[in-house]
Design a protein around this ligand. Structure first.
Ligand SMILES: [Zn+2]
Ligand SMILES: [Zn+2]
Length: 330
């Protein structure tokens, strides 16, 4: 197999030839046909998350076909089209797993962080955390649904039912969730980096009622807001944009420090909360919703060996929609 491997933090990924991975009992091997590039991959590469497995193959938005199954597998067979998300394994017995909150498991494995992911031609995954996918749609177009879509969906549920919803950071997740929110009949207010008129017109094209700079006040008070950009100073801005009782959700795994802000921004029962990881139930729900809402992803595709270019384009905000790596046919 070929893999783009992070050997040392904050260094470019290396293209390596490795022996094909072998699935253990309860695992499947997938021939990767596309793998999305998520901001979390950047946080892993940049050393912003604690204790990554090193060396690591990043990538947790995997779409491909099963090409080998380990012992003890039922329901998954060679040739099936599947997706592999960030949640790679949970312990099944900690208090969070027992409460049905496996996203908070005490001893989880995460794809592309604590076990090898999909920036490769092949990946091995725990069969219980693999989503069977329908045959419709292109592999590269589906890949961003596996994290941007899925964790976007979890953050949208946690934001609540409010009609006027703000999305801060109009990248891969927001461009999917804007479509779902429109389909639900909500009004979307899109906030981008100041001066990013391309992202603002992209948001309007996807049905946003209003699009502008994150430093601007929206024309109406918002019911809720989701922050997808890893930028702490957006927290007080978003709290200032929501109405009394409104909720602000931080959807990313890492954020720069949140600056001190006056209590009046939180006063009047405004709420601030984060979203961590996903549950398999989120995935089952979201793939149905994405089909009903006819979500169409906008992707920028890179050959697997150009993973470093994809990461740097994501870092500098040069991308519109979602970056996806595609292994070259061998
Ligand atoms: Zn992700
Ligand atoms: Zn657990």
């Amino acid at each position: 197999m070929q893999a783009m491997v992070l050997e040392r933090l904050r260094e470019p990924l290396q293209l390596l030839e490795r022996p094909d991975p072998q699935p253990s009992d309860g695992e499947v091997r997938i021939r990767v046909s596309a793998c999305g590039v998520c901001r979390t991959d950047l946080h892993v590469v940049d050393g912003e998350l604690p204790n990554p497995k090193l060396p690591i193959v990043p990538g947790h938005e995997i779409v491909g076909r099963i090409d080998l199954v380990g012992k003890g597998i039922s329901g998954l067979t060679v040739g099936m089209r599947v997706g592999v998300p960030w949640l790679g394994r949970t312990c099944g017995h900690c208090e969070y797993c027992r409460e049905g909150r496996e996203n908070l498991c005490d001893e989880p494995l995460f794809t592309g962080y604590s076990r090898d992911g999909g920036f490769a031609t092949h990946a091995v995954a725990d069969a219980k955390f693999v989503f069977p996918l329908p045959e419709s749609g292109e592999d590269a177009a589906i890949a961003p649904l596996l994290c941007a879509g899925l964790i976007g969906w979890r953050s949208l549920k946690i934001a609540g039912e409010g009609k006027r919803i703000g999305l801060y950071g109009f990248g891969a997740a927001a461009h999917i969730i804007a479509q779902v929110a429109r389909w639900q009949g909500r009004d979307v207010f899109a906030f981008t980096r100041p001066g990013d008129t391309a992202a603002q017109s992209f948001a309007r094209k996807l049905g946003a009622t209003w699009a502008g700079s994150s430093e601007e006040a929206p024309p109406e008070r918002l019911d809720c807001a989701i922050i997808y950009a890893p930028v702490g100073p957006l927290v007080p801005l978003a709290l200032g944009a929501v109405r009394k009782g409104g909720r602000v959700v931080c959807a990313g795994i890492h954020m720069s420090d949140i600056p001190a802000f006056p209590y009046r921004l939180l006063w009047e029962e405004r709420q601030l909360r984060s979203v961590a990881n996903l549950t398999r139930k989120d995935g089952d729900e979201f793939f149905k919703i994405a089909a009903q809402a006819a979500v169409v992803t906008e992707t920028v595709r890179y050959p697997l060996r150009r993973a470093n270019d994809a990461l740097s384009d994501l870092r500098t905000g040069r991308l519109q929609g979602a970056a996806v790596l595609v292994p070259e046919p061998s």
